[in-house]
Design a binder for this molecule. Structure first.
Ligand SMILES: *[C@@H]1O[C@H](CO)[C@@H](O)[C@H](O)[C@H]1NC(C)=O
Ligand SMILES: *[C@@H]1O[C@H](CO)[C@@H](O)[C@H](O)[C@H]1NC(C)=O
Ligand SMILES: *[C@@H]1O[C@H](CO)[C@@H](O)[C@H](O)[C@H]1NC(C)=O
Ligand SMILES: *[C@@H]1O[C@H](CO)[C@@H](O)[C@H](O)[C@H]1NC(C)=O
Ligand SMILES: *[C@@H]1O[C@H](CO)[C@@H](O)[C@H](O)[C@H]1NC(C)=O
Ligand SMILES: *[C@@H]1O[C@H](CO)[C@@H](O)[C@H](O)[C@H]1NC(C)=O
Length: 931
């Protein structure tokens, strides 16, 4: 019965598809013939059957559900080459096709009633690969109030025997568990600013004016002695080799050394993953993927938001268009990672653990071609999409052999082979899933996708043979005109490195800010990235980016971006605020900051520091703040003495300062701090508070400076050669923002939710640098804020002109959680609109008016929180109401003031991380309140 169906399928298809004859067949199936025998060594060659391209609704029945597409065929049948089934669950989080949840949450109950399967954009019946018994096995306690939308994809069916694999709870950014009204801290601001759009102003040679190097060491001393070293981090480092120094924990390639080592790494525009025998190609090489816009899966429209935007979009994972492998690789092959640095790493595949042969893949963000350096192995180039054609396309340069590969999805990939001995490698197409090269091959094989015919092929030709192996960053700020620049320069290797320039892909925010010299190297070649819009190819071995409008005049007081000045409050406003401050100053600072959460403790410390600053400086009443200030010093000392509930330890395995919470338990404790989640969020609050405290009392600094600098070094070290900490753990200088996810493997790569807490970190080091007289740190914070203003506008805070996300998504106004592979208008802690938008607002600080532009804030307000909108701010519950109204000060400070100044103000509208005092000062500083 099954067999009959398969055979029928093949026959049907073979009439319409010329290549069907070439398919290798499983021995059990008659009626199809091989044009060539599968190669012996690759005994695991897939059998491939072609499924019908039309999908009939399949009547749902009890037992195992599947679409017509896979009916009867599992486990041996493959869907039509690149077809992807998308499954969405309106009421529950998602399910990966096959059988694991795609979002980092466990589904509630998945039933046939609540699913919707799309195949090639058309509805199909059933739930692919979901056995009913495994549905009931799902733990439905795990994700109670998390109505994340979701989805699933991939072209790789596998038997759905296992019940779902739950992602670690709280595996990522910020809050993973519900917290009743959030707590927010912080400071001040002013009306919003226009973005700093790049002026590639004039000269490319080094500026002649005096500049400040932004990458001077923060400190070089030892870790404070009360932070004890531990060598028993709960996550062992099993796969990073050759690396004595610190390991970057939050960078793009971490999936290669975490968990099963098979999730994707996103270098943009390409994505790569270890195939590990699990794909339909049964390959053990490195799969390379590039996803087009029409392959995206979109979530359900959200009717609460004008424009009905899709609740998420996601790129299908698991398509291995080209796999760089070797005949010798098999199921005892191992993958190791070496030199895991800020912008690059090496991934090494060896046939066996002790084998002297290997393929080394230097992975660098933005790399123009994916390069495999073969050391004595026989190349096997494979695919899950099927080779339609392999054409030998000559030699663009001596010693480099080019091939043009057309896949069954019609896409063209270029393969450049540079043998060390210069001999023609004579690649052979063995079958429609295998191309083979010569035995004992030494040299490089490089792969790139060509979307555009001859012209773009020539762009690739020009840089074939060379590849980037790593990158260094430098940067400086010119105080005199508030501008800054930073430069990424790549090391390269390969053939003719002297005469051949690299080809690298730039993200939209790079392109906007390139200086003239870099801009000249633009090529007519673009490839879409997964979640950052189009990448554009540039030739050259370095890029220089300019930020012409740094927020250097931003201090601790609310800041007006139009005049670039700090606020001073009117006497009437001060009077009003003085009436409010005492009750907040008398809150219990000690107990509010003595929590078993580094994050919430830090927020409390930050909130009181802001309050004290407001009273001390903005209200000019130091005596009123004095008692609270002394108490705050005591509360802060609990942390510097390392006597908080989860003391910090220095982890000697990955190398960093982490909360001790998860050494004895769940990795999700303390929001995953022990596993390097969210350090910039957590430590940012302490650093910010310390900047204020040291500013108000210089004598406080002596005893506290080292401890605070240790946090800065951990979360955002400024140099690559510190033995104790990696360079810039959180902030990714290529992406221009931080990644919050630490040592958690993930389908969708790194992610970040709260952009406003990311900017708090940059602001905190700017101000801390200023307080302690570290001009380099201060300038670095200024430049990071300028870059963040740009990347937030491009990627996270989407005004109606945004072009970097799908049209159907941008009406959400904020991304929600931006992953490398999907964008999910959601949070880790709940689905209310005010949470999703608000976690990009809080804390409201002076630089908020710099990073949250007025145009954007107004669009978001009108669409969501205005009186006539779906979620009027005046009806939002709890502390989130205060967040929204504080944010309103960026565009309407008078209305914001009026809200916080109203007689019947309910303190429940101010969350545990903020004060009414500060919110009033913020609104007044931006122009609200009595004159
Ligand atoms: C859903 O599946 C159940 C069996 O588990 C079946 O009784 C019911 O009719 C199905 N519902 C629909 C709408 O197909
Ligand atoms: C992939 O295959 C390897 C064995 O080759 C196995 O150890 C691993 O668990 C598989 N991973 C997944 C995600 O199926
Ligand atoms: C490795 O592959 C061979 C051939 O496919 C298979 O027989 C063997 O069980 C596999 N070994 C492991 C450890 O998976
Ligand atoms: C990979 O092969 C190269 C060349 O033989 C060698 O230098 C390198 O050490 C190998 N790497 C590993 C991890 O074996
Ligand atoms: C990918 O990571 C997820 C966690 O997000 C994990 O559950 C899954 O097993 C991994 N999948 C593969 C193919 O390694
Ligand atoms: C991105 O590239 C695609 C394909 O070349 C093109 O259609 C689209 O307009 C580009 N988008 C932007 C914003 O440039």
């Amino acid at each position: 019965m099954i067999r009959a169906w398969l055979t029928g399928t093949v026959l049907m298809v073979s009439q319409t598809l010329h290549w069907a004859q070439a398919l290798p067949c499983p021995p059990s199936i008659h009626g199809c013939s091989l044009d060539q025998e599968p190669v012996q060594v690759l005994s695991e060659l897939p059998f491939i059957e072609v499924a019908p391209t039309t999908v009939q609704p399949y009547p749902v029945a009890t037992g195992i559900y599947h679409t017509e597409l896979e009916r009867g065929g599992r486990p041996s049948i493959q869907p039509f080459p690149t077809e992807i089934s998308y499954i969405t669950f309106p009421n529950t989080p998602g399910l990966l096709h096959p059988s694991v949840p795609h979002l980092d949450v466990v589904p509630l109950v998945v039933s046939n009633l609540s699913t919707f399967c799309l195949y090639k954009g058309r509805p199909c019946g059933g739930i692919p690969h979901v056995a009913e018994r495994s549905i009931t096995d799902w733990d439905d306690t795990a994700s109670s109030s998390v109505p994340l939308p979701s989805i699933a994809t991939t072209s790789v069916p596998s038997p759905a025997t296992s019940s779902s694999t739950a992602a670690p709870s709280g595996s990522s950014s910020f809050t993973s568990s519900t917290s009743t009204s959030a707590s927010l801290p912080t400071s001040s601001s002013t009306p919003s600013s226009s973005s700093t759009s790049a002026s590639s102003s004039g000269t490319c040679p080094q500026p002649t004016m005096a500049t400040q190097d932004i990458f001077k060491p923060i400190a070089t001393g030892a870790i404070p002695s009360n932070i004890r070293a531990r060598d028993d981090h709960p996550l062992r480092n099993d796969h990073v080799v050759d690396t004595k120094g610190p390991i970057s924990t939050n960078k793009f390639y971490a999936n290669f050394f975490l968990g099963g080592q098979t999730n994707f790494t996103f270098t943009h525009p390409y994505s790569v993953a270890w195939a590990r025998g699990n794909t339909s190609a049964k390959s053990h090489g490195l799969g390379i993927s590039h996803v087009e816009a029409d392959q995206l899966a979109m979530g359900e429209p959200n009717s609460k938001i004008p424009g009905n935007p899709a609740r998420f979009y996601i790129n299908p994972v698991g398509i291995h268009s080209i796999i760089l492998s070797a005949v010798e690789l098999g199921n005892s092959s191992i993958l190791s990672v070496s030199k895991p640095l800020a912008f690059s790493t090496n991934v090494i595949l060896q046939p066996q653990a002790d084998s002297p042969s290997n393929i080394t893949f230097p992975l660098v963000q933005g790399m123009g071609l994916v390069t495999g350096v073969y050391n004595n192995l026989q190349p096997a180039i494979q695919t899950t999409v099927f080779f339609r054609e392999l054409v030998s396309a000559g030699s663009p340069k001596q010693g480099i052999f080019k091939y043009r590969v057309t896949l069954e999805d019609g896409k063209v990939w270029l393969v450049y082979v540079s043998p060390s001995d210069g001999a023609d490698p004579k690649l052979q197409r063995v079958s429609n899933t295998l191309i083979q090269g010569p035995k004992n091959f030494k040299g490089t094989i490089q792969v790139g996708k060509n979307p555009g015919g001859d012209a773009s092929e020539k762009v690739y030709d020009a840089s074939a043979g060379v590849y980037a192996t790593g990158a260094t960053i430098s940067g400086s700020v010119a105080v005199i005109n508030s501008s800054g620049s930073y430069k990424l320069a790549w090391d390269k290797a390969g053939r003719n490195t002297d005469s051949t320039q690299l080809l690298m892909f730039a993200l939209p925010h790079h392109v906007e800010s390139f200086d003239e010299c870099t801009q000249r190297n633009k090529k007519d070649l673009q490839l879409r990235t997964t979640t950052k819009g189009n990448a554009t190819a540039y030739s050259g071995d370095s890029w220089t980016m300019v930020e012409a409008d740094l927020p250097m005049s931003v201090g601790f007081a609310p800041w007006n971006p139009v005049t670039s000045t700090m606020a001073s409050l009117s006497a009437a406003a001060k009077n009003m605020i003085k009436g409010v401050a005492p009750s907040e100053l008398s809150q219990d600072i000690n107990s509010q900051s003595d929590l078993d959460s580094t994050y919430f403790s830090g927020k409390a410390i930050g909130k009181f520091a802001t309050l004290i600053y407001t009273v001390h400086e903005l209200l000019q009443d130091p005596p009123l703040a004095a008692t609270a200030f002394e108490t705050l010093k005591t509360a802060f000392a609990r942390f510097t003495k390392n006597e908080q509930r989860s003391p910090l330890v220095y982890d000697t395995v990955w190398k960093g300062v982490v909360s001790s919470a998860s050494y004895t338990g769940d990795p999700g404790l303390d929001f995953g701090n022990t596993y390097y989640n969210d350090h910039h969020f957590h430590y940012g609050y302490f650093i910010y508070a310390a900047a204020i405290m040291g500013q108000l009392d210089k004598s406080w600094l002596d005893a506290n400076k080292d401890w605070v600098n240790t946090l800065v070094r951990d979360a955002a070290n400024s140099v690559p050669n510190d033995e104790l900490f990696p360079f810039s753990r959180g902030f990714d200088w290529f992406h221009g923002h931080s990644w919050a996810k630490g040592l958690f493997e993930s389908f969708d790569g790194k992610d970040q939710e709260s952009t406003s807490e990311d900017t708090l970190f940059a602001y905190a080091i700017k101000m801390w640098g200023k307080t302690i007289g570290d001009a380099s740190m201060q300038a670095r914070g200024d430049l990071m804020l300028a870059i963040l203003a740009r990347t937030l506008r491009n990627y996270f805070l989407m005004d109606s002109k945004n072009v970097n996300h799908p049209k159907d998504f941008i009406a959400n106004k904020v991304t929600g959680i931006l992953f490398e592979n999907k964008v999910d208008h959601a949070t880790y802690f709940g689905a209310n609109l005010e949470y999703i938008q608000g976690i990009h607002m809080l804390p409201l600080i002076p630089s908020s008016s710099y990073t949250r532009r007025k145009e954007f804030v107004k669009e978001e307000w009108d669409a969501m929180f205005a009186s006539g909108a779906s979620t009027p701010a005046e009806r939002v519950e709890g502390g989130w109401r205060g967040v929204l109204f504080a944010n309103l000060a960026l565009i309407d400070p008078s209305a914001s003031w009026d809200f916080f100044a109203q007689e019947n103000f309910d303190l429940a509208w101010v969350d545990g991380g903020a004060t009414r005092t500060w919110y009033l000062a913020f609104a007044a500083g931006l122009g609200g309140g009595p004159k």
